[in-house]
Ligand binder design. Structure first.
Ligand SMILES: C=C(O[C@@H]1C=C(C(=O)O)C=C[C@H]1O)C(=O)O
Length: 303
């Protein structure tokens, strides 16, 4: 695995290591444990209440006829994860809070409409398995594949399954995204983690693919499949500051297949990228939109 994808598994230490002095009037342990029992019961009751709301939400979604197989709503999930991370405080590590809510949300998505997660293990099974379990929990079935092509094919065959593919150049993967080009082919619908940070415990960058989203898609970043002739080192350097690009050789010695992630509404759009390629003597033979996802969101720890 290359250095970009190495996940530092640094556990977050509790904020205060030294125990505070015990005041003379401190309640006894039994009283504090009774408080914890009260809170656990309240949290459990809230989860049960949440499941009742989900029942009602399913009925509304069905009545609106917007169900397409998967209950996963990328825009909603990205915005919920940002809010959770932004409002967090206290000694419970952020990793734990994020992980708890990933399990809650992905499992409630599963109980609305069962799905499996297909993951490409070719660039390293451990990191991909960690990513899948962190973002989707253990109730959602996990199915490994040796290669991105198998993941795309499994998602295409399914009713509402999700696929996880590395969001970085992987020599063995080839131009897997070209299989997303057809109108009805699966598309990139999210990039995980929703909230990025240097020491994320499951920080492998992955694209999440699914059947085209008919409700709740998010188009802050578009992902384009570009077939380029005359690909060269100068073109690669020119694109680096403009867009996140994965490039692999394609058809002939000077051809390349690119997956370019281009933020929408920013200074750079798809035409800027195509013009930069032309200036370097490369030409784009074909361009297809193969998905979109929420803007990358980075969390900086509070000072
Ligand atoms: C509840 C919904 O369905 C899914 C489950 C969610 C949840 O449990 O909060 C959030 C987004 C969806 O992926 C929804 O569409 O709002």
């Amino acid at each position: 695995m290359d250095s970009k994808t190495t996940i530092p598994a640094a556990p977050q230490p509790p904020a205060s290591a030294a125990a505070p002095p015990v005041p003379a009037t401190a309640p006894d342990l039994g009283t504090l444990r009774a408080e914890i029992d009260r809170l656990d019961a309240a949290m459990h009751a809230l989860l049960i209440e949440r499941s009742q709301i989900i029942d009602r939400l399913v009925a509304v979604k069905r009545a609106r006829g917007t169900e397409s197989g998967s209950a996963f709503r990328p825009a909603r999930e990205a915005s919920m994860m940002r809010q959770i991370v932004d409002r967090h405080r206290g000694i419970l590590p952020l990793d734990t809070v994020e992980g708890i809510w990933r399990v809650i949300i992905s499992t409630f998505t599963y109980v609305q409409a069962p799905y499996a997660v297909h993951a490409d293990l070719a660039s390293g099974e451990a990191a991909m398995r960690d990513a899948s379990r962190f973002h989707f929990g253990f109730t959602v079935p996990f199915i490994g594949h040796m290669g991105a092509a198998g993941v795309v094919a499994a998602v295409a065959r399914s009713r509402g399954d999700l696929g996880l593919v590395p969001a970085f150049a992987s020599p063995s993967a080839g131009a897997w995204w070209t299989a997303l080009e057809g109108e009805h082919a699966p598309k990139i619908i999210a990039r995980l983690p929703f909230v990025e940070r240097a020491d994320h415990p499951a920080g492998l960058p992955v694209f999440c693919i699914a059947h085209p989203v008919t409700d709740g898609a998010v188009s802050e970043v578009e992902t384009w499949s570009l077939h380029v002739s005359g690909w060269n080192a100068q073109a690669a350097r020119a694109l680096a500051p403009l867009a996140d690009v994965i490039a692999v050789p394609d058809r002939g010695l000077d051809g390349a297949a690119l997956l370019a992630s281009i933020p929408v509404g920013g200074a750079v759009d798809r035409d800027t990228v195509l013009a930069a390629l032309r200036e370097c003597g490369a030409s784009v033979r074909a361009a297809a939109l193969v998905g979109s996802h929420a803007s990358r969101y980075t969390h900086a720890p509070k000072a």
